[in-house]
Design a binder for this molecule. Structure first.
Ligand SMILES: N[C@@H](CCC(=O)N[C@@H](CS)C(=O)NCC(=O)O)C(=O)O
Length: 281
């Protein structure tokens, strides 16, 4: 039976993340919740995490009055996380970008400061095929440059998530249900269809490396790195860093080492530098 459970830390904000294989603090790998975790830690606001089993996401969102945030390709509802509830303001927000904007507006000077300092984020990526589940479209919250960047970064990583699906540390308590749901969404026959031959993996890794080239260039423009603005992190770094957390947990170790080293090691440096904001509470 799927459940939700709270971690021990306390705070006025409750952050809802997907609970994968125990210990959840080591297996958490969902990129959009990671954007929120990094943003909460960046803002240094007190919060606790509520771990939600994959099959319970719809129920938990609905219990807080939130409708589905995404649609599947056939137009049906797709209930997702992250979501936060902030007791201090009575607000519930259920999209990672909206959460970052909310944190910036509500706690402008907290922690490491401005999540959205002005900058040009010139990176675009068009998926070469229709994604199995279309990305969300929402308002830009007054930060159009960051919003566009988020969409394009989501697109480049989502195009290559097949490399990570079979390595996802799914919760044994709900694994069969979760696998069946992934199979249904992708329109494949069985979970084994997500396993790539070594030749297909190699090709997809090559494509991934190439597709990340322009993103890497953007990071390399500021030679003081590891962040886009040099020594100062912003939400744009957290967006990329969140996807790297997924890659770190779900890729075979040897492929993660490759990703770290691509393009002069720019992604390895970013990942390591974001450890400051990566505590799982
Ligand atoms: N636009 C949403 C997308 C959220 C999203 O797609 N979340 C994924 C995890 S990264 C999810 O909840 N998946 C649930 C599922 O696959 O059933 C956001 O940024 O919060």
């Amino acid at each position: 039976m799927a459940t939700t459970s709270n971690s021990t830390s306390t705070g006025t904000i409750v952050f809802y993340d997907i609970g994968h294989k125990p210990p959840v603090t080591e297996s958490c790998c969902s990129p959009n919740p990671w954007k929120t975790r990094l943003a909460l830690n960046f803002k240094a606001v007190p919060y606790s995490t509520s771990w939600v089993a994959m099959p319970d996401i719809a129920k938990v969102r609905r219990s807080l009055g939130e409708s589905a945030g995404r649609k599947f390709a056939d137009g049906s509802d797709f209930y997702t996380l992250p979501m936060i509830h902030d007791d201090a303001t009575g607000s519930t927000i259920s999209d990672s970008f909206d959460i970052a904007v909310y944190l910036q507006h509500t706690y402008p000077d907290s922690g490491a400061g401005d999540l959205f300092p002005p900058q040009t984020l010139d990176f675009t990526f068009t998926p070469p095929f229709d994604l199995a589940v279309p990305l969300s479209e929402r308002g830009d919250g007054g930060f159009p440059e960051y919003y566009r960047f988020n969409t394009n970064v989501d697109a480049v990583f989502t195009t290559h998530t097949l490399l990570m699906v079979s390595g996802m540390p799914l919760d044994p308590a709900t694994i069969e249900q979760t696998k069946a749901e992934f199979v249904r969404r992708a329109g494949v026959r069985s979970w084994d269809d997500f396993t790539l031959t070594s030749e297909a993996r190699e090709k997809l890794m090559e494509s991934f490396q190439g597709a990340l080239g322009d993103l890497a260039k953007l990071f390399l423009e500021n030679t003081e790195g590891p962040f886009l603005l040099g020594q100062r992190a912003s939400y744009a770094d957290l967006i990329v860093g969140a996807w790297l957390r997924m890659a770190y947990v779900c890729l075979p170790k040897s492929e993660w080492e490759e990703v770290r080293c691509w393009h002069d090691g720019v992604f390895g440096r970013l990942h390591d530098a974001l450890d400051t904001f990566a505590e799982v509470k």
